[in-house]
Design a protein around this ligand. Structure first.
Ligand SMILES: Nc1nc2c(ncn2[C@@H]2O[C@H](COP(=O)(O)OP(=O)(O)OP(=O)(O)O)[C@@H](O)[C@H]2O)c(=O)[nH]1
Ligand SMILES: [Mg+2]
Length: 437
């Protein structure tokens, strides 16, 4: 029953509601509110819900019970009904009592931005892990809002005032059920985290990793697909990817290089979701390099970059090595703007995933980044030491080799922790010996 009530119908039409209020950070002026509403429309499009007009109220302070003024809400309700909407979507988080009050005043279904994002996450979760995380986030969102949903139920059944008796008891019961369910899922998640940790440790000894992070729809999965020549779901939808996916970037280097695709970020992400996805992100964020993908064709790309950096800071990895890649340059098609972007973000890349030249260059740049971090060793191995030659060619990166009378000179690159396990120490040449060769 709760699930039915929580589910948003896809058949109806939704009107969008927002506010401009100086004390409300994400909606402090016209531009901020308009940008956020544009994004809300995209979120609804991703869910397949038709959107109608948007209604915005300019206010000096928000009303604690209803956010917007009662008169304005009534006016919105009339217009929304006229345009055939049965749902009002508020572009900010609403409390349980606000949902209840607004429903009462407008006679329409009411949901907020967080609810929409949760719904998308629920729909896009594919692995067991992601499904559990999203379920926990959904339940945590629902818990303090139960009475809001219950008042709606009561009204639907024509039992106005039900909240006082039967409703209250039912809410208490539901709360307990939900808390138990959250505990149950959290335990399952711990088990999954344990095996993930083991996998991560194994990988750490055998590979170097770079994680693709960034705002939703920036093109992370597309970059991954082009660079690793694989086929991960890339879609013009928000939050197409919810799980971290690992693919080999270059199997020919030693150790292999691995790219990780991750869940996208968005402004005003509900706290329950940040919490829920921390574990999914954590293993990715332990990568040796973070590659931030940013859609430069979006007029709000600066804001997106800031949100990405803020989330990374919140996750405590702001000091990691990062490479910023501005994507979708084909859509921007503006050389001057490109130059400005390049200049303001020094060391960044400007690419299109549709341009194979760009992708080859980026791929090589990442490979070189890892190779440059490896130690150099000069070795001289006599011809008769067959197995040592085999180790060099199969486990290290040979930068140069030279045949001499009694053996082969190799200049190799390999991380120290790998070299230490290769039993090649006795072949290392001192710099003066290299010169004599
Ligand atoms: N024009 C153009 N479109 C691109 C480019 N790169 C990606 N896209 C498109 O942008 C949309 C989003 O790409 P994804 O790779 O799914 O983006 P993402 O960052 O993985 O998104 P989420 O998983 O939702 O966070 C898709 O429709 C891609 O085809 C590009 O360089 N140019
Ligand atoms: Mg993706």
């Amino acid at each position: 029953m709760l699930d039915d009530e929580f589910q948003i119908s896809r058949d109806g039409k939704a009107s969008l509601v927002s506010i401009i209020c100086p004390s409300f950070e994400a909606h402090k002026d016209e531009v901020e509110s308009a940008n956020s509403l544009k994004e809300l429309r995209e979120l609804l499009r991703t869910l397949g819900i038709e959107t109608g007009d948007e209604y915005i109220q300019n206010k000096k302070t928000v009303e604690s019970g209803t956010m917007l003024g009662t008169g304005k809400l009534k006016e919105i309700a009339v217009k929304a009904k006229e345009e055939g909407s049965d749902l009002l979507v508020f572009d900010f988080e609403l409390t349980s009592s606000q949902i209840r009050n607004i429903k009462k005043i407008t006679g329409l279904s009411v949901v907020d931005r967080c609810h929409i994002i949760l719904e998308i996450f629920a729909e896009h979760a594919r692995t067991r892990d992601a499904k559990i995380q999203i379920e926990i986030a959904r339940l945590q969102y629902l818990l303090p809002r139960l009475s809001g949903f219950w008042s709606h139920l009561g009204r639907q059944r024509g039992a106005v005032g039900v909240i006082g008796g039967e409703g209250e008891q039912q809410i208490e019961l539901d709360r307990r059920i939900i808390r138990d369910r959250i505990e149950f899922y959290k335990k399952q998640l711990k088990e999954i985290a344990k095996s993930r940790e083991q996998q991560r440790k194994k990988r750490k000894d055998r590979a170097v990793t770079a994680a693709l992070v960034g705002y939703t729809n920036a093109g992370k999965s597309s970059v991954m697909n082009r660079l690793c020549r694989v086929d991960i779901l890339e879609e013009n939808k928000l939050f197409a990817t919810l799980d971290s996916t690992y693919r080999t970037l270059n199997p020919d280097t030693h150790p292999p290089m691995i790219l990780i695709d991750t869940v996208g970020f968005i402004q005003n992400l509900p706290n329950t979701l940040i919490e829920g996805f921390k574990t999914t992100l954590e293993s990715a964020l332990e990568a040796d390099l973070l590659i931030i993908i940013c859609d430069m064709s979006d007029p709000n790309y600066r804001k997106h970059l800031k949100v990405t950096r803020d989330v990374l800071a919140e996750l405590g990895v702001e000091n990691k090595e990062m490479l910023v890649v501005f994507n979708k340059k084909d859509l921007l098609n503006n050389k001057i703007q490109e130059k400005i972007i390049r200049r303001t973000e020094s060391g960044s890349f400007v690419v299109s995933t549709h341009d194979t030249g760009d992708m080859d260059e980026l791929r090589q740049h990442i490979i070189n980044y890892f190779l440059d971090k490896q130690n150099h060793y000069d070795l001289f191995i006599p011809y008769e030491e067959g197995s040592a030659h085999a180790v060099v060619s199969s486990k290290t990166n040979v930068m140069a080799s030279e045949n001499h009378e009694t053996g082969i000179f190799y200049r190799i690159r390999v991380p120290e922790f790998i070299f230490n396990g290769l039993r090649l120490h006795s072949y290392i040449l001192a710099p003066e010996d290299v010169e004599k060769l």
